[in-house]
Write a protein that binds this ligand. Structure first.
Ligand code: SF4
Length: 470
């Protein structure tokens, strides 16, 4: 009897989607789902220039997120004061209409950040290949999909052909064993992983996250972990699908139903990595030893447990990393050796495709209940559905009572493309995923952390170990 060799989740999805290969390690992959957003106009423009239309409109989904304002949304398009931004939102609607693709526009209850909406609607499913013109497309791998962030020219290629040329990545398994301590969240796990392996630590690899601590995460926690795979340089991040995945998907708008569900389930159960499959690399972390993490520098790897000190660059052996940290400390206006909990903040922001889901808002609200923020703070839920759910649960009242602005859904202050920027010189405790110079606005200083840690910082005005407040 023929026995196939043991394969990883990645191998199984890759093998099923190869149309043709070239040069030994390049493959033309068939793409099951392609997500586009309001920043995808270059790809549509290039497509139209060639007189083409979207090849597989039913496999393409459009949602506005990057440029949508988070204030005045009750007025719809009319509430967008900037004609350029309004034009971009209208352009996506036009491109969707012309090409016959599903569009979740500014007024649609399904609107939200593309990486929140895909899983939330059940569009993202195990075993699929998924692309989107945004680097945090890796998020969708949390459901056991192979999800790859692409550039504008690749996006046009997919719109035109539903296929994408890719060099075969290598595989890296990151195993986080043990149980996370109370107060330690998925965001702390991924910040600890990136601090361990570095921002180039997974370059050219697809990461499979495994181990007891990962299996114990909810689907929303797994989405947070996979979201930041790109910050470790990975092409994608994945978690093998299991009952947590299936329970999350059941009943969602685009999830299969009845007999199709049973068929899908049978397929999904065949996807997990075979026991004896091997990876090109392995990394292990002890989940029980992890603590709440924050970033002190201008790279996601410049992170440390909240109880630690701002590091002394002179003690960093790698010369490139030392030079980067010198520059980072100057930009962040921090002194080596100071306790991280002495860092005062000026702003607090909760949202994004990393931490804008309902569990994130619940975690922050649990800290804020009965307390007041001492700095300007706002929440932009990851999707309109998350916003509505939070309102049903009364979380919006907790945020408002604590002095937070309760805003509409969008990318908001993650990249500040919609104008929700942090003023120059101000320091923001943020649930986002990037802390590069100027990411939240020119001269803005970003400290990445979990939603509960942002809430703790908001009420104390400084970096705070949330475990002391709850
Ligand atoms: S929230 Fe930030 S990282 Fe996520 S899609 Fe929007 S801009 Fe990109």
């Amino acid at each position: 009897m023929f026995m196939s060799s043991p394969r990883t989740l990645f191998d199984k999805i890759w093998d099923r989607h190869v149309v043709v290969t070239r040069n030994g390690n390049e493959a033309l992959l068939y793409i099951d789902r392609n997500y586009v957003h309001d920043g995808s106009f270059h790809a549509f423009g290039a497509l139209a220039k060639e007189g083409r239309k979207v090849r597989k409109p039913r496999q393409t989904f459009a949602v506005v997120d990057h440029y949508v304002p988070t204030l005045g949304r009750e007025q719809g398009l009319a509430g967008i004061a900037d004609p350029e931004v309004r034009g971009m939102i209208e352009l996506l609607e036009h491109n969707a209409k012309v090409n016959g693709i599903a569009h979740f526009g500014i007024d649609d209850p399904r609107q939200g950040i593309v990486h929140v909406v895909g899983p939330e609607l059940g569009l993202t499913q195990p075993g699929l290949t998924i692309t989107c013109g945004d680097s945090h497309t890796s998020t969708h791998g949390a459901l056991g999909a192979l999800a790859i962030g692409i550039g504008a020219s690749q996006s046009k290629q997919i719109l035109a052909t539903q296929c994408l040329w890719q060099k075969k990545p290598r595989t890296l398994r990151v195993t986080v064993d043990g149980a996370l301590a109370p107060g330690v969240s998925a965001k702390d796990v991924i910040l600890a992983i990136i601090a361990e392996i570095g921002t180039a630590g997974a370059t050219g690899h697809v990461i499979e996250y495994a181990g007891a601590a990962i299996r114990a995460l909810s689907m929303q926690g797994r989405l947070t972990v996979c979201n930041m795979s790109i910050e470790a340089g990975a092409r994608a991040g994945m978690v093998v699908p299991d009952d947590t995945t299936f329970q999350y998907l059941a009943g969602r708008e685009y999830a299969p139903r009845r007999a199709d569900w049973d068929k899908a389930l049978e397929f999904w159960r065949s996807l997990p990595t075979d026991e004896s499959a091997s990876f090109d690399r392995e990394v292990h972390l002890d989940g029980a030893r992890l603590e709440p993490m924050i970033t002190w520098g201008t790279s996601p790897e410049e992170a440390a447990p909240v109880g630690g000190l701002v590091p002394d660059p002179q003690k960093i052996i790698d010369l490139d990393k030392r030079a980067h940290s010198v520059q980072a400390l100057a930009y962040m206006d921090l002194k080596p050796g100071m306790p991280l909990t002495d860092i005062k903040i000026d702003r607090a922001f909760i949202g994004t495709c990393t931490n804008g889901r309902i569990e994130d808002l619940r975690a922050a609200a649990a800290v804020l209940k009965g307390r007041k923020a001492v700095v300007p703070a706002w929440v932009s839920p990851g999707s309109t559905a998350v916003m509505r759910q939070a309102e049903v649960e009364g979380l919006d009242r907790i945020f408002r009572d604590a002095g937070f602005e309760w805003r509409a859904s969008g990318c908001s202050s993650c990249a500040a493309m919609n104008g929700d920027s942090v003023p120059a010189g101000m320091r923001c405790a943020s649930t986002s995923n990037r802390n590069f110079e100027g990411r939240q606005g020119k001269g803005a200083r970003t400290h990445l952390m979990s939603p509960a840690m942002v809430a703790a910082a908001a009420v104390t005005g400084k970096i705070t170990d949330v475990r002391k407040l709850v």
